[in-house]
Design a protein around this ligand. Structure first.
Ligand code: NAD
Length: 435
């Protein structure tokens, strides 16, 4: 090992944990990834990623072969063999949007129990997205009471939020826009800064509470950009203005930037919805009413089903109608359906008595667990065949290639686009959600 390479453990091997583990191994570190799911651990050690994420399989195989990376169910061994442990377990939404910290609490206690007998200095790093005060009030307290040691003296603590996007996880992890390291003291932060020393990105050193808030403020701002664009889009639709042209003009302003200005059927995924909700909850806990964020969230919930309202306006009652959905994943290049707009759309279609047929290149297996009784087919053409209407919900590249003749097999040619993916030069007649 070179001087700046480290032994690290990652607790929780989901989208963030696996990408982080493989990423740090690619950068030359020795990595042990821990998960409670033994089947997942076995799959990873066989060189197969349990999630679909471009480049991840290739990098995983490479670091396994180089013996730089291994997955395990043995947390104690992984913590003992490493200098720093990254906590990257899930932080889902609990009741009323409040963050559910039970996995964080559990792992903090387990790490504390190991640190009790560990002689060497160890840094505990929170990589999961957690609301401000969690690292100090939940992680530090649990590690301290289980280890009978003092944070900042006997062990270090950092908060290092992750900004990767699913579908571009490896790329984002290896070449991030910035690295934020919040630490309870200089020593802890220095260890983690050294780990990132061979990344080409600006590093922001701060305290843990600020690092926690930077992650929420970033996600809430991006979600706000999307809901704002959808609001403008809904107004544009009523005025027969193309919102995409409008936002193209808006995004040319360097103060605004062209990113996250696409109108459509709302944001989903494992982060924006739950993080906006958790921030709303935390704000209310402090006695502040976050009205802007409340509306960002509510508008997004309404936006997810606008396609169904538009469909009803076009074809009347949906009972008994064959509706085909193209796209289920919350975004392209991912098999993740968490909080996907497709879930709200399918629920509403079923509620109205429609027969749903769906196709997605990667996410059908996951959706089948949630909706076992709708029909899943193996390509877009099969989905379109015999349908009374088609809703386009995820902007998969392959839908860009669809042409007029592909839609000829529909019983009624009603196409409503939620993502502006169809090529106007190839497909002659379709409606847009906001255009
Ligand atoms: P995930 O649900 O995909 O993975 C969590 C993993 O933790 C699972 O494999 C689970 O089995 C494991 N786990 C749970 N309890 C455990 C324990 N006691 N010991 C070991 N493993 C345990 O979650 P994710 O999407 O990777 O997100 C993790 C965190 O990162 C969340 O806080 C999330 O908000 C944040 N985040 C996610 C993304 C993203 O794009 N998914 C991006 C940035 C930040």
């Amino acid at each position: 090992m070179q001087d700046d390479e480290m032994k690290i453990s990652i607790i929780g091997t989901g989208y963030v944990g696996l990408t982080t583990g493989v990423g740090f191994a690619v950068k030359g570190n020795d990595v042990l990834c821990v998960d409670i799911d033994a089947a997942k651990v076995e799959t990873i050690n066989s060189g197969v990623s349990p999630i679909y994420e471009p480049l991840l399989d290739d990098y995983l195989k490479k670091v396994l072969k180089q013996k730089k990376f291994r997955a395990t169910i043995d947390l104690s061994d992984a913590v003992n063999r490493s200098e720093a442990s990254f906590i990257s377990v899930g932080t889902p939404s609990g009741k009323d949007g409040k963050i559910d910290l039970r996995f964080i609490e559990e792992v903090s206690k387990q790490i504390g129990q190991v640190l009790k007998d560990k002689k060497d200095y160890h840094v505990v790093v929170v990589k999961s997205t957690v609301v401000p005060e969690t690292t100090e009030k939940v992680v530090v307290e649990n590690v301290e009471s289980a280890s009978c040691k003092k944070a900042g003296e006997d062990f270090g603590v950092c908060m290092n939020p992750e900004f990767l996007r699913e579908g571009k996880a490896m790329e984002d992890f290896l070449t991030p826009d910035r690295i934020v390291i919040g630490s309870i003291d200089k020593r802890s932060g220095d260890v983690i800064e050294k780990l990132y020393s061979n990344f080409k990105a600006s590093i922001l050193r701060t305290d843990v509470k600020t690092a926690e808030m930077i992650k929420y403020a970033s996600n809430a701002f991006l979600a706000t950009k999307i809901s704002f664009t959808n609001e403008i889009g809904n107004i544009c639709k009523r005025l027969c203005i193309d919102v995409n042209e409008v936002m193209k003009g808006v995004g040319m302003d360097s103060r605004i930037s062209p990113h996250f200005l696409n109108a459509g059927c709302g944001y989903g995924g494992s982060c924006f919805p739950k993080d906006v909700e958790a921030l709303i909850w935390k704000a209310k806990e402090t006695g502040y009413e976050p009205r802007l964020l409340d509306e960002v969230h509510e508008l997004n919930n309404r936006q997810k089903v606008v396609l169904v309202d538009q469909l009803e306006k076009r074809i009347g009652k949906l009972k008994g109608k064959n509706i085909c959905l193209l796209g289920l994943a919350f975004k392209p290049d991912s098999d993740d359906i968490r909080e996907a707009s497709s879930i709200s759309i399918i629920s509403k279609l079923i509620e109205k008595g429609a027969k749903v047929k769906a196709y997605d290149p990667k996410a059908m297996e996951n959706m089948e667990k949630l909706f076992p009784n709708i029909q899943y087919v193996s390509n877009a053409k099969e989905a379109l065949a015999g349908s009374d209407a088609c809703l386009i919900v995820t902007e998969w590249d392959e839908f860009r290639k669809l042409e007029d003749k592909d839609f000829d097999a529909m019983r009624n040619r009603i196409i409503i686009e939620g993502r502006r993916i169809l090529d106007k030069a190839k497909v002659s007649k379709f409606d847009g959600i906001c255009w």
